[in-house]
Design a binder for this molecule. Structure first.
Ligand code: NAD
Length: 499
């Protein structure tokens, strides 16, 4: 099962009354697709169709870009503080509906409701509040020189195309929308076709608070239609893309001939380095969380666990126990730790990597198949028990390619150098973590890992002011704090000669 582009009358046999039709939001109005074609949206936990979204095409994208362009002069003329007030209004309205955000996110992605409440819903509100506050405190630089003063002025870039993935739908969309708007750009957003629900809720909220028509627009549909039209559109000035590395390459190619400002936040294959002196009681829950949060479907997940040889057996034993203690099942149960994978296609891809690991001589220590005891109502969902694989070469495909599911591989190391050689042996360079009671060593190893972010004795501990982004095939550019303000603007120098 997966999403299908259906013409009228081609839908699967489910009562249409139960299914919501979600709409595009263009120039302050909700619109069905001009093509009259739809994409089905399925619940990952049950396999049941829960919504239909527009299967939009070039006509819808062009209308949204025109609306964004028309709204630009008035929106960009506001001050940072005036736009920050709009962000606060959106944050307030979003906060009032945060339980709805959490419920929809859990339904649409298959993630546990507790995670959706504490991470997705909470962070989406925080993103708007953070950038509102941050821009109010933002003081553009001045540089004095002999006989003149240089003023740096941050001007809007123009129409911003924002393209997002399915794993943290509203969390990542709001991470782009908030800084794009506050710096004076107008927006055309293209959420993932797999998880459109909370993006629609955001459009509703933006409409309710009365943001001027055309400042924020949203077009649903497939990447190859909507996404690629946005990235190649001559009237789109900036693309912020978060998604897979392969898609990122297409986005880079497509947007290059029109010289768009471009940010690419792409895939990862992150190492978790566990030193012999690590505090097991804190490290084991931390490593399990890093490996499996959101069913391992976070670009920052630590899916390669490198363990110092002298503690290998003991650590692995306790890692398996901790992993097996997680509760997997009904995403709406507040006690659930792990939910379903996003789609049947994705489950097949992740399961394919487990088969490949076995062919390559790996041993599945736990997991590897559908978990036991999944209730009948979830029989058609996309379930996979958290999986730990031992015995693979660090150069095997499962150890080097992004699996993006609840699958980790284990690798022993005998020296810092060997740990770093393994950690740095992938094409990716997004994140990593080091676990040790010697903080100098932790810092030293962290500096040796070729990635954009490294945590020591923690993981996904985020301060929104810090730079976020990857190197190598994990992306180009940085977002977060002043890096976002700078990406979503053109820094212009005005040099004034003194009398
Ligand atoms: P994806 O690349 O398949 O899709 C991402 C978005 O791009 C979707 O909205 C999709 O419709 C759109 N798209 C697809 N083809 C396109 C094209 N040709 N032109 C323009 N847009 C197109 O990624 P996904 O499967 O949705 O997400 C998983 C990937 O995202 C993983 O690789 C993960 O590591 C990565 N990710 C990275 C970060 C980060 O911050 N670095 C965060 C979350 C997810």
């Amino acid at each position: 099962m997966g999403e299908e582009c259906c013409g009228p009358g081609e839908s699967p046999p489910i009562d249409i009354e139960e299914v919501h039709d979600l709409l595009n939001y263009i120039a302050g109005e909700f619109h069905p697709p001009s093509s009259e074609r739809w994409i089905d949206d399925f619940s990952p936990a049950t396999g049941i169709r829960i919504a239909r979204i527009p299967c939009s095409d070039q006509q819808d994208v062009d209308a949204a870009v025109s609306a964004a362009r028309a709204a630009l002069p008035e929106w960009s003329a506001l001050t940072h503080a005036q736009r920050a007030d709009w962000l606060d209004k959106i944050a307030d309205a979003l906060e009032e509906r945060s339980e709805e955000v959490a419920q929809l996110e859990s339904l649409d992605t298959g993630k546990p409701i507790t995670l959706a409440r504490t991470v997705d819903a909470a962070r989406s509100v925080d993103n708007f509040r953070f950038f509102a506050e941050y821009v109010r405190e933002f003081v553009p630089e001045t540089f004095e020189m002999q006989g003149a003063t240089n003023h740096v002025v941050y001007k809007p870039v123009g129409v911003a195309g924002l393209i997002t993935p399915w794993n943290l739908p509203l969390y990542l969309l709001s991470w782009k929308v908030a800084p794009a708007l506050v710096m004076g750009n107008t927006v055309v957003a293209k959420p993932s076709e797999l998880t459109p629900m909370t993006a629609c809720l955001l459009a509703e909220i933006i409409d309710d608070v009365g943001l001027p028509a055309g400042v924020f627009n949203m077009v649903h549909g497939r990447g190859e239609n909507v996404g690629s039209r946005l990235t190649s559109h001559s009237d789109v000035d900036l693309i912020s893309f978060t998604g897979g590395t392969e898609t990122g390459a297409k986005v880079a190619t497509s947007s290059s001939s029109t010289f768009k400002k471009l940010s690419l936040e792409l895939g990862g294959k992150n190492a978790t380095i566990v030193c012999a002196d690590a505090d097991f009681d804190k490290t084991i829950p931390g490593v399990v969380r890093a490996g499996f949060l959101n069913q391992g479907q976070i670009c920052l997940c630590g899916s390669r666990i490198l363990i110092e040889e002298s503690i290998y057996d003991e650590f692995v034993g306790r890692l398996i126990d901790e992993t097996n203690s997680m509760k997997i099942g009904d995403p709406s149960d507040p006690e659930t730790d792990l939910g379903a994978l996003v789609s049947a296609e994705h489950l097949a891809k992740v399961s394919g990597y487990i088969s490949l690991a076995e062919e390559d001589g790996g041993t599945v220590l736990t997991g590897g198949s559908q978990p036991e005891g999944i209730p009948e109502q979830f029989a058609s969902g996309n379930w996979l028990a958290p999986t730990i694989i031992d015995g693979l070469s660090p150069n095997s495909r499962c150890a080097k390619e992004e699996i993006f599911g609840p699958v980790v591989t284990l690798h022993p190391f005998s020296s810092e150098k060997e740990a770093l050689d393994i950690a740095n042996s992938t094409d990716y360079g997004l994140a990593g973590s080091v676990w040790t009671s010697d903080l100098d060593k932790g810092r030293r190893i962290a500096e040796g890992i070729e990635t954009g972010m490294v945590w020591v004795n923690t993981w996904l501990h985020r301060d929104l002011r810090v730079p976020f982004g990857g190197i190598k095939h994990s992306g180009v550019g940085r977002e977060g704090g002043r890096w976002s303000l700078s990406f979503y603007s053109h820094a212009v120098n005005i040099c004034i000669k003194h009398d």
